[in-house]
Design a binder for this molecule. Sequence first.
Ligand code: G3P
Ligand code: CA
Length: 369
Amino acid sequence: MSSVSFQAILRTMTEIANSFSGAALCCALAIAAAQSQSPTIVAPTLHGELPLVIGHRGAAGHRPEHTIASYEMAADFGVDFIEPDLVATKDGVLIARHENEISSTSDVAEKFLERRKTKIIDGQQIIGYFAEDFTLAEIKKLRAKERLPFRNQSWNGIYEIPTFEEVIDVAKRKGAAQGRIIGIYPETKHPSYFRSIGLALEPRLLATLAVNGYVDAAAPVFVQSFEVGNLIDLSKRTKLRLIQLMEDAQARPYDFVLARDRRTYGDLMTPAGFAMIASYAHGIGPSKRNIVPQNSDGSLSAPTALVADAHKAGLVVHPYTFRDEPEFLALDYRLDPIKEYLQFYMLGVDGVFSDFGDTAVRARNLLLR
Ligand code: G3P
Ligand code: CA
């Protein structure tokens, strides 16, 4: 295929993605494939490569999140990266949990009833059981449980809570067995809070990564954070690639709240904001709703300029979170998560955080036909 006709097909598919019609997009992919003499159709990502699939909390749609079984399953699905969220134990070990309050995803309340506490975390009062009040030996007595009631509960009570080191081990072991590189995509959770209690996450994160040979931009690692200050600080200490996470436009990074900096994520999601982020980060991790907004009736709006604006600043875009279930899927996709992936792939996202790496990889394969 000539580069001219390839670009024309890409333009057509991108236009269809912008005015989303799942059937039309699948049709465009099929036509493009039929017209192509080359088997490869590449989505309009920043660097012209296929979008990455990031196993969000492992394969959280299939196994309890942040367990070795979940990460192994994601690796077996063919994801490019596995994603541990990180908090610290009382003795300073990084473990994989989505938040430091661990009763939603473990049996801690059954085993350590007396450890229940009330704390203020990032300005919110939280009642529960906190990772930083337990040693690693105590954490290892716990077993994970499924967070979401509509997901399979039959894996509850089986799996340990893994350390960050054990998650890295999965990436290395599965990568070696499969003859490919599987990356890791750690997130610092509540970094200002952990620093305030003498358990800063960042030095422990960098030390663990360095011991495992992950030291520069070529390493299969992205480090992510919803806060800004810790990423700026990390950018001065490491060459590893950093990703600025973003929430709703009205929300503020919690370190901004602490510093009485009135800027919101919305202020960061502008050309000027992206230029600032590009001074310390490799890319951004926005909510998918910042790319394809959802109306109050659940229907989808036209895509925003976020991907194009971020790309203009040289930033890759890795939106979260893609999930198969009807509880999470906009009605426009008519119960077919493949349609959602194809829309975002053709909008040019450079990766997706997915609870269902199997579906994300299957959808990505359609780009290659
Ligand atoms: O890190 C990307 C995505 O995971 C952010 O959302 O809340 O699932 O950590 P969360
Ligand atoms: Ca995360």
